[in-house]
Design a protein around this ligand. Structure first.
Ligand code: LER
Ligand code: MN
Length: 293
């Protein structure tokens, strides 16, 4: 059975104690198995508070992190790469202190529209960074992911296959591919093939609508996607990710170009989101069983 997660950003982009309480309480109420926390700044997030509240509400947490323009593994500037590695290393420690089992997200670059392609040297060098980070993750007892983002949010890893290439080159079981359906809808040629080709390294999934709004309100081919996950026997964690400028701060709103509000009531979206995922998981399991018989 897949563990089902709720992204904190359904409610907030600020992980303060009062906000964290709201998120964990709602996740519990709607029967999510865990909450995903996006670590904006590993130096300032309160891991001890998070671990304490996670225990208090009996809701586990998982974590994601993004690179930044000044701390970016895909850069050609050694100092920027060094800061990138330091930030992801600290993210690994913080995620582990929170009690997470994984740290996903676009760990390889900043979330921004890059003006040009990455250099070949950066593509070659990044496996050294990931080899070191994989060792850190292993030591901290967690796994580290690479989330493929669409072309407007990164120039480095736009497909799950590109993420898998890096994971396989490094060859550490501490690394995994993090697939996000919103980005896949824009970049992959064929969803079932893309999923099948990363079956051996897929470790985390963001279920996200084509418009990043509530599930079922866009043009995503849900039966095909859930069928593809069932087809490879994916039993890892799946998180519902959706955003609205009505609950996010200005920085996050601009970062991912959220120029329209797809929804205003997070409770409604969170509640319907888990029902939607459960329904599709059950249907794909049933239809898989039919095909198998
Ligand atoms: C950003 O577009 C995204 O999909 C997030 O999961 C980044 O962590
Ligand atoms: Mn995502």
């Amino acid at each position: 059975m897949n563990r089902l997660g709720m992204h904190m950003m359904l409610y907030t982009s600020e992980w303060t104690e009062p906000r964290a309480r709201t998120v964990l309480e709602r996740a519990k109420e709607f029967e999510y198995d865990f909450v995903e926390i996006l670590i904006f700044d590993p130096a300032s997030i309160d891991a001890a508070m998070t671990a304490r509240l996670s225990t208090e509400y009996a809701v586990p947490v998982e974590a994601t992190i993004c690179g930044a323009p000044t701390a970016d593994l895909s850069s050609d500037d050694p100092e920027t790469v060094r800061r990138g590695e330091a930030a992801i290393s600290r993210g690994i420690e913080v995620a582990s202190e929170m009690g997470a089992t994984l740290l996903g997200g676009p760990t390889f670059s900043a979330v921004q529209r890059y003006p040009s392609p990455p250099s070949q040297a950066a593509r070659e060098r990044i496996t050294d960074s990931y080899a070191r980070l994989a060792d850190r993750a292993t030591a901290a007892g967690i796994r580290l992911g690479l989330e493929a983002l669409n072309r407007y949010e990164s120039n480095f890893v736009n497909t799950v296959g590109q993420a898998a290439d890096i994971v396989r080159k490094v060859g550490s079981p501490a690394l995994f591919v993090h697939a996000d359906l919103f980005h896949m809808n824009m970049e992959e040629h064929h969803l079932p093939t893309a999923v099948a080709e990363v079956a051996d390294v897929l470790g985390y999934v963001h279920v996200a609508e084509s418009n990043r709004g509530a599930l079922g309100t866009g043009n995503t081919d849900w039966p095909t996607f859930f069928g593809a996950l069932a087809g490879i026997g994916y039993d890892g964690p799946i998180t519902f990710e959706s955003f609205s400028p009505t609950v996010l701060g200005e920085e996050m709103t601009s970062l991912i170009a959220l120029w329209r509000a797809q929804w205003t009531d997070p409770d409604e979206v969170a509640k319907s989101g888990i029902a939607f995922m459960r329904d599709h998981l059950q249907r794909s399991a049933r239809s898989g069983a039919h095909h198998g018989s």
